[in-house]
Every structure is written in C-alpha cells, then in structure tokens.
Design a protein around this ligand. Structure first.
Ligand SMILES: CCCCCCCCCCCC(=O)SCCNC(=O)CCNC(=O)[C@H](O)C(C)(C)COP(=O)(O)OP(=O)(O)OC[C@H]1O[C@@H](n2cnc3c(N)ncnc32)[C@H](O)[C@@H]1OP(=O)(O)O
Length: 219
C-alpha cells in the first residue's frame, strides 16, 4: 500500500455522463432557508405535546405547503457542483441523506477542507436520537461514511464505499458540538483507504476506517 501524496486531481464533469448538475450558486436562498425551517419542523413534530386542535391546524398548514411546492420536481440523482478555492469543481448529490444541501432529512453537515482532509462541526438535535440523550450509532456511521467518502473525493478519487468499520469509543451526546474529521491514509490501485473520527470536547467518541473503491475511469 502506498501513502497517497498526489495533488488534488480534476474530477470528471458528470454532465459528460448524462447526469444533471446544478451549480451551488443557482440554489435559491429561499430553498436553503426552507430546508432549515423543515428541519426545525421535524424537531418540533418529534417532540411536540400540542393538543389535537393545534396538531390538526399544523397538519393542514403542512399539507398546503406541500401542495404549493410539489408542482415541479428535480431529478433524484441531480448533483450539486461546488467550486473549490483552486477553481476546480467537486460534486455531490443534492439530496444526499447525510449532507444534501436541499434535503431537510439530512443533518446540517458541512464538510470543509482542513489540513490533510475534511472537517466539520455539527450539533445534532433529538431527531438523531438513539439511546436517551445520545446520537444513534447508525447516524454516527452515516456521518463517518460521508466524511470518509468525501475525503477520498476531495483528494480527486471519488468512489463507492466497499467496506466501513466503526468503533464507538464513548457515548456521542445530542445538543452538543461535535467535530468530524477524515483523511486519505493510502491508495492501492483503485482502492482508497480512509480514516476519520467524531469528537466531543476533544474526546474521540467514534472512529472509522473505510475502503473506498474509485470509479473505474477505464469505462
Ligand atoms: C459523484 C461524486 C460523489 C461524491 C462522493 C461524496 C461522498 C459519498 C459518501 C457516501 C458513500 C456511500 O455511501 S457509497 C454507497 C454504499 N456502497 C455501495 O453501494 C457499494 C456497493 N458495491 C459496489 O458497487 C462494488 O462492490 C464496488 C464498486 C465497491 C467494487 O466493485 P468493482 O468496481 O467491480 O471493483 P472490484 O474489481 O470488485 O474491486 C476493486 C478492488 O477493491 C477490492 N475490494 C472490493 N470490495 C472489497 C471489500 N468489500 N473489501 C475488501 N476489498 C474489496 C477488490 O479486491 C479489488 O482489489 P485489488 O484487486 O485491486 O487488490
């Protein structure tokens, strides 16, 4: 296995493969604001103790809002194009369930380049609960998977997760700032080895390693 030391590579333009691509700056700010509002709605619904009258009224309002915006739908596989500081482009699915900018079912995860990989700060609310007061382990694995895949992609080697291994070291609290980090640790042919961590107050609560297999450029 060799340690990856290549410069960031240009990712092929997905339009060449017939995929639909939306540049990030073309996403209406009203849509990203609505995504945040719907996340707040999901949290409110999950925890509400409102009475039947208020619930019925809220339900009618939600149904009206759904009707209002359901006329036209974007393709499920549409990609968002982000421009890196060096001017090259990177892509991810708009409705990615872990970090999709237009998907209110995703947590507000925004991974950014940092040091030799990616980093994010995120606070998860009760919608992501597993054990009382704690983040569900499946969501921790999903966040790590996204960070690990994103690190490979950011290094110019986008691919699919072939294997993901997660160790839960200590409980991950809800309603508390978490740090997510990930980086490429090595490559071997199409195999990209990645590792990452979730930390709370500097303590590792979960760590993961994954094998990403790069998309086959030979067709
Ligand atoms: C667009 C922007 C995106 C932007 C990306 C943003 C981040 C997205 C993060 C989310 C990632 C996901 O959730 S992805 C979704 C979950 N994953 C999946 O659905 C993947 C399903 N599996 C597959 O499609 C396939 O098995 C692949 C692609 C992983 C591999 O198939 P393949 O392409 O035919 O490659 P193959 O020849 O079999 O394997 C290549 C090398 O990897 C090794 N290998 C393959 N699988 C394994 C394995 N499980 N464990 C060990 N080693 C393995 C082989 O031995 C070989 O090694 P050698 O002979 O070279 O030694």
């Amino acid at each position: 296995m060799t340690v990856h030391d290549q410069p960031v590579a240009e990712t092929p333009d997905p339009r060449e493969f017939g995929l639909s691509v939306l540049p990030e700056h073309e996403i209406p700010s009203e849509l990203t604001a609505l995504v945040a509002d719907v996340r707040a709605l999901v949290d409110a619904v999950a925890h509400t103790e409102a009475g039947p009258e208020d619930l019925a009224e809220a339900r009618a309002s939600v149904a009206a809002a759904t009707e209002r915006i359901s006329g036209t739908r974007r393709e499920t596989g549409a990609l968002m194009e982000q421009t890196r500081p060096d001017g090259t482009a990177e892509y991810g699915t708009l409705t990615n369930v872990v970090s999709g900018v237009t998907n209110p079912a995703s947590p507000p995860l925004q991974l950014e380049r940092s040091g030799d990989g990616l980093r994010a700060e995120i606070t998860l609310n009760g919608v992501y609960q597993g054990p009382p007061g704690l983040v569900h382990g499946g969501w921790i694995a999903a966040i790590l998977d996204q960070a690990l895949g994103g690190a490979a992609s950011a290094a110019g080697m986008p691919g699919m997760t072939a294997n993901l291994d997660v160790n839960y070291r200590s409980p991950t609290p809800l309603h508390a700032p978490l740090e997510v980090t990930a980086r490429v640790t090595g490559t071997e042919r199409r195999k990209v080895f990645v590792s990452g961590e979730v930390r709370h107050n500097g303590t590792v609560t979960a760590e993961g390693t994954a094998l990403m297999v790069r998309f086959d450029a030979s067709g």
